[in-house]
Write a protein that binds this ligand. Structure first.
Ligand code: SAM
Length: 218
């Protein structure tokens, strides 16, 4: 039954990878990671037929599992080398977290909703992924394990939280969508030296808000 269930998703998953390729995702490791993860198991069964569409889907608490293209684009911008320490802000369903694990990163992830944290933790365990998760305000980063080689923020921020740039290693990259509640510019900030940062801007995206002390208010 399970293998029959899984076989049903093989073609839609392949189609999704082709869609991402057409939209400009080039990193084969990222495409392979997305092609490996059973996204349908991270959403309600009523949404299984849409699990491999390139769209965000609801996961409860007013939150979403990010659109696969967004996950792929953010992961590509992180330019992860196997074994690097990566912090994710906004664990949500655990999908992005799993993609980071597939790339061989040492993953840390913070989620503000404890219900989502528990669900993601269980999903990661079930699929055999190892990551450190916690409930907290990710706008403050996770100082206990800093510095990080990469930080990815999966919710839209009004400004770049200072604590996050400070928790980057020299050479570390912060990938973060910044803007208002309508749209956000994907930014990559690289810590070039102790006090120097390089800032790059990419495309516009639309995320749920980053809520916290250094983000949006409740
Ligand atoms: N990475 C998630 C995934 O793959 O499913 C995307 C989840 S959703 C687009 C963004 C998440 O960020 C939500 O789960 C939301 O609760 C969380 N979030 C928002 N503000 C946060 C904060 N300050 N700290 C931690 N998580 C936050």
């Amino acid at each position: 039954m399970n293998s029959l269930q899984n076989r049903r998703f093989v073609r839609p998953r392949k189609k999704l990878i082709e869609t991402l390729r057409k939209k400009g995702i080039k990193d084969e490791r990222v495409l392979q990671a997305i092609g490996t993860i059973p996204r349908h198991k991270l959403v309600d069964t009523a949404l299984h037929n849409k699990a491999y569409h390139d769209t965000a889907l609801p996961i409860g608490m007013g939150q979403t599992i990010s659109q696969p293209y967004t996950v792929a684009a953010q992961t590509e911008l992180l330019e992860i080398i196997k074994g690097e320490k990566i912090l994710e802000i906004g664990t949500g369903s655990g999908y992005q977290c799993m993609v980071l694990c597939e790339l061989g990163a040492d993953v840390y992830s913070v989620e503000r909703h404890s219900k989502l944290y528990h669900r993601a933790k269980e999903a990661l365990r079930e699929f055999g992924y190892k990551a450190m998760l916690k409930v907290g305000d990710g706008t403050l980063g996770w100082s206990a394990y800093a510095p990080y080689d990469g930080i990815v923020v999966t919710a839209g921020a009004p400004v770049v939280p200072e604590d996050l740039v400070k928790q980057l290693n020299i050479g570390g990259r912060l990938v973060i969508p910044v803007g208002d509640d309508e749209k956000q510019m994907m930014m990559r900030i690289t810590r070039v030296s102790e006090n120097e940062y390089k800032q790059e801007e990419f495309n516009h995206f639309k995320f749920v808000p980053l809520i916290g002390e250094k983000g949006w208010g409740e």
